[in-house]
Unconditional design. Sequence first.
Length: 326
Amino acid sequence: MLYLARRTGFYVVTGVIALSINFFIPRLMPGNPVLSLIARFHTQITPKTLAALDVLFGVHHRAGLWAQYTQYWREILSGNLGVSFTYFPTPVTHVIGSSLPWTLVLVGVCTVISFVLGTVIGCVVGWRPGSVLDNLLPLSTFFSTVPYFWLGLIALFVFGGLVHWFPVSGAYNTSVPIGWTWQFVGSALYHAILPGVTLVVSTLAFWLLRMRNMMVTTLGEDYVLLAEAKGLSRVRIMGMYGARNAILPNIASFAMALGFVVTGSIVLEVVFSYPGIGYVLYQAVSNEDYPLMQGIFLVITLVVLLANFLADFCYVMLDPRAREEA
């Protein structure tokens, strides 16, 4: 459709601009990451070796900024993201590939759970304002105002430090071999409970309140009153007339939340020492790891653009006005 074609062109241009910014920002940072790498290994090298390392890591300033920029695009299109300084000599693709699944499973699944629960509960509460569930909104609002990293620290102190119900760091028991076994999967789920519950509790109220307020507003529209006058069932009115239109703003927010799963997990993963891509990004920034930062920002850019495109697609499917514009 024409609408989706225009949006696709917009996202392509946005992606090129975002990836160009991704190239320039690390190079505007002070310091030399190669010298930082050498200092960590306490190694003395010759100027020729230093120049060779500059070329290897893509920070060869003598080559000129334009030459670096064209080489940067050639490497992206070929799938070569370079070698990580922080995890030298591991390639960036391997570092991202080993850390990204942890973030997608933990933060991604918890974001979906929070969205589904908040939307369903908000729909029911908005359909019947003043009910028992509606009286629980102040409690949910309280948890939404508490920073999730602070809530995570409290959870670590209470459930990890005092009662010792859950581990305080890591994603699995290091004594368990990695593999698709019940022992490893159980260990991974056990380690994910505390950060996962913390994330769901701290974000649930956002979706609940938005859906509840939109539901209350939508139920006052003329087409809902007409549906009631026609004698349609309350369940059908709530689902097909109320929730279907009230959920549209939440879909855009949900797409953005999915797009920023990676960046939103940085503080959470640092607090729980969880080996996801957010924690890896923190390490990359701390060590001036240009290739790793660029690789992670590349993933963030693509995920955000894909999430927004999916939101546009859902709008076309749910909103007849978007289909008419297309």
